[in-house]
Design a binder for this molecule. Structure first.
Ligand code: GTP
Length: 596
């Protein structure tokens, strides 16, 4: 155990975590160089395209240090987005140390700080690493000063690295060995292991990723998950070295995987404790909680006859994504579909994209909503995330909405712009502090409903890309809630309804009507769009009729151009849904949430 090091790399998005991971893997020679694909750890297509880590992966690196001793370095990868911070916290709980990666030209950002806080909560030993020192804009002295002043760490111990060029990698390996502590634990005690991730393999079922704190686990053992009491017989245990390497046992201090005929990943819960059925540990490891969806939306197939296909696609997706929850839903306008809960908007985006790309589904996604708490006149409490289920308003005594605590880090010249943005979103400024002479951390409390759609995009715009943002949900607070309905040609389209704050009702209705008028293509007849609350019309707009002959534009001859236009039209139609006589494009459902 003395020769094991369990560590993570924590960083703000784009500071180079994947690139550094790849370098460390390359140094350990577990993959032949010619097989080396960039960013081995990010193996989902969508992750690759977006360049952010969504599912974490672990890798076990053999390493012979300068002192001639052989070590095992377990690199536990963490997801790189605020939506997945619980998963990050479980991964960190499996480590003794962390490399805190900071981009030499960008410096410390909101997520650097947030991740450092998480790492400190787990008492991890931290090695600051300044990456991208090859960049002409690298300012090592400035970053060292931030490490000292913003993070309270010793800048002298910071490693200087260029993950891209391979500079400083050998030093990083040595630092992991000599500056991070080995794990502790008793291999003979009753088994106590932490699940920090799991993924689905079509041939073997769920592969559980875990860290053993006490005891050992081997094939043939009957194990039990403490949160749900499920028991399984272990078929295989092993290490990840990009591919799975079966082992005879995984003991205290080690990190590995197990296969035990577990059908879906939803039966394994991130943060749960694994023990032996016959000889259980006295208590679970601390910190377990169920994944909580925070954003909800319904998914409908564009063509009603593909509902069965959608059902199968969701089931398959769910096998691999324990945090996705869904249940049947019906809409008068859109027919049969599913109400889904997501960890955040990025998670929603990823699910939508995977359904379309991996499962070839054409879907309509309704307006995303947060979950509200209602206290009814008879004292009963109900949670509601679906406008369709909103009760008669006269039966509601009070409505409460979720609030977040947001940390925004910006150069101070953007202070005014950020303040305006946050206050416009009903934010309350709780605090601000200078991290350095010109960088500011601003703390706001904001209703979650005001940030879910485009807050982050707006922040990036008003700060010209310099603002960074991190948040956590804090509590439910009273808020005046109303249900905004949209009528199209006099017919209420339930899938366009949204729950809004009363003070926002008029502006939301206005925006929704205007946006819809932009998004809905002109048709042979005039289309009236109305926003109503409790039957009262508060906004309206119109899409005028016209005879649609797009090819008329192509005066005469050019047949290829004509064909292209028709192709384009056909593609556009794929994500259209007939509502009554009116054709609604997918974009309409999201557009109603946009603020400008
Ligand atoms: P997430 O997965 O979103 O957390 O991003 P990441 O932190 O893994 O960042 P990634 O490794 O994908 O790197 C982001 C960008 O920085 C990529 O374009 C890399 O090529 C680049 N990059 C990483 N390390 C270096 C470096 O040392 N020097 C330079 N110049 N660029 C680097």
């Amino acid at each position: 155990m003395k020769r094991i090091r369990n560590f993570s790399i924590i960083a703000h998005i784009d500071h180079g975590k994947s690139t550094l991971s790849d370098r460390l893997i390359q140094t350990a020679h577990i993959v032949a160089d010619r097989d080396f694909k960039d960013q081995i750890l990010d193996n989902m297509d969508i992750e690759r395209e977006r360049g952010i880590t969504i599912k974490s992966q672990t890798v076990c690196l053999p390493y012979v240090a300068a002192d001639g001793q052989a070590y095992t370095l377990n690199l536990i990868d963490t997801p790189g987005h605020v939506d997945f911070s619980y998963e990050v916290s479980r991964a960190l709980a499996s480590c003794e140390g962390a490399l805190l990666l900071i981009d030499a030209s960008q410096g410390v950002e909101a997520q650097t700080l947030a991740n450092l806080m998480l790492a400190m909560e787990h008492d991890l030993e931290i090695i600051p690493v300044i990456n991208k020192i090859d960049l002409p804009s690298a300012d090592i002295e400035r970053v060292k000063q931030q490490i000292k002043e913003d993070l309270g760490l010793d800048p002298e111990g910071a490693l200087l690295v260029s993950a891209k060029e391979g500079t400083g990698i050998a030093e990083a390996m040595e630092a992991i060995v000599h500056r991070l502590p080995p794990p502790k634990g008793d291999a003979d005690a009753p088994l106590q292991a932490l699940i920090f991730d799991s993924h689905y393999d079509p041939f073997r079922g769920t592969i559980v990723h875990f860290r053993v704190f006490q005891g050992a686990i081997k094939p043939g053992d009957r194990i039990r998950f403490l949160s749900n009491g499920y028991t399984y017989k272990v078929e295989e245990v092993g290490l990840f070295q990009i591919v799975r390497k079966p082992q005879r046992a995984i003991a205290a201090g080690e990190v590995g995987y197990l296969i035990a005929g577990i059908k879906t990943v939803s039966d394994t819960r991130c943060g749960d404790t694994i023990t032996l059925h016959a000889n259980p540990c006295p208590q679970p490891l601390p910190g377990f909680r169920e994944a909580q969806p925070v954003v909800f939306a319904s998914i409908y197939p564009v063509a009603a006859d593909t509902y069965e296909e959608l059902t199968v696609a969701l089931e398959k997706l769910k096998l691999n994504d324990a945090s996705l929850i869904y249940e049947k839903d019906t809409s008068a306008a859109l027919g049969f579909g599913y109400r889904c809960g997501f960890l955040g908007l990025l998670h929603l985006d990823v699910v939508q994209e995977r359904l379309e790309r991996e499962y070839d589904q054409s879907i309509i996604l309704t307006v995303p909503s947060v979950g509200y708490k209602l206290i009814l006149n008879d004292g009963e409490e109900m949670m509601i995330d679906n406008p369709v289920l909103y009760p008669d308003p006269t039966t509601i005594q009070q409505s409460l909405e979720p609030y977040i605590r947001a940390s925004i880090i910006v150069p101070d010249r953007y202070m005014g712009a950020v303040m305006k943005l946050a206050l416009d979103r009903r934010g309350i400024n709780k605090n601000y502090q200078y991290l350095t002479s010109n960088r500011l951390e601003m703390i706001f409390e904001l209703p979650l409903s005001e940030v879910i759609y485009d807050f982050y995009d707006r922040l990036k715009t008003v700060t010209q890309g310099y603002g960074s943002f991190d948040y956590e949900i804090i509590e439910y607070r009273p808020g005046k809630l109303a249900k905004l309905d949209i009528l199209i040609n006099g017919e209420r389209v339930d899938a366009l309804s949204q729950l809004v704050h009363e003070d926002r009702a008029y502006s939301r209705a206005r925006v929704a009507c205007d946006k819809l008028a932009e998004e809905i293509p002109r048709q042979q007849f005039k289309i009236a769009i109305q926003g109503t609350i409790g039957g009262k019309i508060i906004a309206r707009s119109t899409v005028n009729a016209f005879r649609k002959d797009v090819t008329a534009k192509c005066y005469g001859g050019d047949i290829t151009r004509k064909r292209k236009l028709l192709e384009k039209q056909k593609k556009g139609k794929k994500r259209m849904k007939m509502v009554g006589k009116v054709m609604l494009p997918q974009s309409a459902f999201l557009a109603v949430l946009k603020s400008d």
